[in-house]
Ligand binder design. Sequence first.
Ligand SMILES: Nc1ncnc2c1ncn2[C@@H]1O[C@H](COP(=O)(O)OP(=O)(O)O)[C@@H](O)[C@H]1O
Ligand SMILES: [Mg+2]
Length: 213
Amino acid sequence: MITVIGNLKGGSGKSTIAFNLAIWLAWQECDVKLLDLDPQRTLSDLVGVREEEEFAPPIKMLPPDMHLENLRKVSGEVIVDVGAANMVGMFAAISQAHRLLIPVVPGQADVWSTQRFLSMIASHRHPECEAMMFLNRTDPLGGSKETREAAEAISMLTPATALPARLSQRVWICRTLSEGLAVFEMEPRDKGSLEFLNLTQVLYPNLPVKKTW
Ligand SMILES: Nc1ncnc2c1ncn2[C@@H]1O[C@H](COP(=O)(O)OP(=O)(O)O)[C@@H](O)[C@H]1O
Ligand SMILES: [Mg+2]
């Protein structure tokens, strides 16, 4: 299955989520490959740190210059990280995708931009491709006006589903990236990791879970 993680906004957590999902899938002994289509290459840098540290499980990457029309020929789970800096790659990936995962940071501008993004991609989406949104970087207590309003706003955006999962803003999460670790590898008992593990269950409900934290 091809999952594209995309949206127009930088800093919404696309690379962070792609990296963490790939590590979680690799722990579940799933054949997972990452594709970094963002010219910033954040995801490739994260995988590079993990390789240098020789952390297991290792994460495989597809070549960033691969022909995207061949994406459906790749076996196993494919996770693509792409943002506004590569709209050609974005449209090409979405035309092959089984689903599009859109992290949205609470805030009116981010909601508007997500709405615009959904309209922009409408004609490029593979007919099977389901668009799913979830809030990332919400206030840790979850009760702020901004988070509540954003949750309500994305529940009304079409054609996309608001997932029953959200990740709150945790200061330690950027540290996991500089160390090449997934959040649940570094702080398995923290609420931020439990939120991420809940997201994996929402995204991969039928995958046999071999490893828990
Ligand atoms: N839930 C979160 N809590 C705290 N920091 C986060 C969270 N999600 C992402 N970040 C941080 O935000 C920054 C941008 O995330 P990144 O994944 O690079 O976004 P994008 O790929 O969408 O530009 C990174 O420093 C990352 O560590
Ligand atoms: Mg990124």
